[in-house]
Design a protein around this ligand. Structure first.
Ligand code: NAD
Length: 515
């Protein structure tokens, strides 16, 4: 049995040696930019005749790489290959499957700075955020490897004298893994490794904004001894190749993380039975958020300030768990807003390649235009306290932006903006704060700062969020420690990094033998 699971520590970039290693890895990855990447289907590397590029959002003229737009025949071919590989992989001993994950964790540790570098360059992640992403990916490999072993153990059943009864968790079949760009390593790795640890085979369709980070993980899997065909790397647009893969009658499950709109579309598409289909497809869909932090009248405002800044502006607010609604008790409101504005004004924004920049760019031009449009809407809905502008021409930089005096019904208080924009709402009292927090179609993360024990206990009961925190930030869930997933339109509450997660990638078979 492997040692008890422990979270991977984060890299200390105050250490000069680590800074040097990260800079060297950036240089090494920079020298690999612009390459053409093929589809990887079984043992074959394939071109498609049509391609697209991914770019560095800190310096939009830099091409990260060229990638294939898989055509429909190639998507079907990938399903054929994954279905054939399933016949063998589902019979592979669980220890062998778990070992692939443990080796992948080792390889990620060995190539950690390189993994970080791909994300710094392709996703615009500041160093610390990129490193946290790689560390979480390592955690998923270690955690799900152990979980596969646990689910393969004899399961507890009520025993009767005349029978030997067993409950076995067996895999589902061919799954489609569709991750977003914002955790291009951790979420991609988490959904892929959970699928294959449980004995399924996978078609991995990375986000078109971060396909190089996906290609990097494919190289890790190959180094870890994963048999060909168990994970197939198929790039292309979500709306064409992604949709086709979801629709195919031989697809058994879809593991998706992304926006509400696409998640709902996938859910509906997967629910329509296709001719020849012999199962109800399973959809695991984790979607958007409109996450909140409540500041109660007796909160430690300094502590709250640190938590709000990290939650709202860490990785430019581009986390599903990012705080985008700050709900402040009226007695704390007037003192907190100037503190918040001052701190936000001091945030350094610039290329993610420079470790001194706290905020990097947003992911692409479409995101930038959408965020700026919300900022325009915000100007009519609240008082602009700081920020509001885009910065520079080289990359997609936006100032940390705060609107105060926002009504809970305002557009910027209801819709997911997915950028560095925070709406501050004044609450009359604690009851009002809880009501505002819950008045959302989403229910992903939330947090509360305060010291009143009765209020804390009530918030624990009443705040409707899949991940709820007290006196700490609302981002940064840790594998095994804070199983992660949201309520309502935030998704299926799959609780990634928790002990129920692997179940979603299996079906239970009861075997009863008379003795
Ligand atoms: P997105 O929905 O635009 O894309 C997600 C993935 O779906 C991409 O790989 C895309 O190519 C694919 N896709 C798009 N259309 C498709 C279709 N018709 N069929 C199949 N696949 C399709 O999301 P995004 O912009 O990549 O990510 C940001 C969103 O993800 C935000 O809403 C954020 O809140 C959410 N998110 C949620 C979580 C969570 O755990 N709840 C975590 C991270 C991100």
């Amino acid at each position: 049995m492997p040692a008890e699971f422990k979270n991977e520590p984060l890299m200390d970039f105050n250490n000069e040696e680590n800074r040097k290693k990260q800079s060297d890895a950036l240089d090494q990855v920079l020298s690999q930019l612009g390459r053409e990447h093929d589809l990887i289907i079984g043992t074959e590397k394939l071109k498609s005749g049509a391609s697209f590029k991914s770019y560095n959002p800190s310096k939009k003229s830099d091409v990260i790489g060229t990638f294939q737009s898989a055509n429909p025949e190639q998507a079907i071919h990938a399903i054929d290959v994954a279905a054939a590989a399933f016949e063998k992989w589902k019979r592979a001993p669980v220890q062998e499957r778990a070992n692939v994950l443990f080796r992948a964790a080792e390889r990620l540790r060995a190539r950690r700075f390189e993994s970080n570098a791909w994300m710094i360059l392709e996703a615009g992640k500041p160093w610390l955020e990129a490193d946290a992403d790689t560390a979480e990916a390592i955690d998923f490999c270690e955690f799900y490897g152990r979980e596969a072993l646990r689910y393969a153990e004899r399961q507890p059943l009520t025993r009767i004298k005349s029978e030997d009864n067993e409950l076995r968790y067996i895999p589902l079949g061919v799954g489609i893994v569709i991750p977003p760009w914002n955790f291009p390593c951790a979420i991609l790795v988490g959904m892929t490794t959970a699928s294959l640890a449980a004995g399924n085979t996978v078609i991995l369709k990375p986000s078109s904004d971060t396909p190089a980070t996906g290609a990097f993980f494919m190289s890790i899997l190959q180094e870890s001894g994963l048999p060909p065909g168990v994970v197939n790397y198929v790039t292309g647009s979500g709306a064409s190749v992604g949709n086709l893969l979801v629709e195919n009658p031989r697809t058994r499950f879809i593991a998706f993380t992304g926006s509400k709109e696409v998640g709902l579309h996938i859910n509906e598409t997967a629910a329509r039975t296709q001719p020849g289909q012999i199962w109800i497809k399973r959809v695991i869909a984790e979607m958007g958020g409109k996450d909140f932090i409540i500041i109660d009248e007796d909160a430690d405002l300094k502590e709250a300030l640190e938590g709000v800044i990290v939650s709202a502006f860490g990785y430019q607010g581009q986390k599903c768990s990012a705080c985008s609604r700050l709900i402040v008790h009226e007695k704390a409101y007037d003192s907190f807003i100037p503190m918040l504005a001052d701190k936000a004004k001091g945030i350094k924004v610039g290329p993610a390649t420079h470790p001194s920049n706290y905020m990097g760019p947003v992911i692409n031009d479409k995101a930038m235009q959408s965020i700026l449009r919300y900022i325009d809407i915000g100007k009519g809905e609240g008082r602009l306290v700081t920020g509001g502008r885009s910065l520079g021409e080289e990359g997609y930089f936006i100032e940390p932006t705060i609107f105060a005096d926002v009504d809970p019904s305002a557009t910027i208080a209801r819709e997911e903006i997915f950028g560095p924009v925070l709406a501050v709402i004044k609450a009359k009292n604690f009851d009002d704060a809880v009501r505002i927090a819950n008045d959302s179609e989403y229910g992903l993360t939330g947090s509360m700062y305060g010291r009143n024990r009765k209020h804390i206990d009530r918030a624990k009961d009443e705040c409707h969020a899949g991940n709820f925190y007290i006196n700490k930030k609302c981002t940064g869930a840790m594998v095994g420690v804070h199983p992660f997933g949201g309520f309502n339109m935030s998704g299926t509450d799959s609780k990634a990094g928790g002990r129920d997660y692997l179940l979603l990638f299996t079906q239970a078979k009861t075997v009863s033998e008379k003795i």
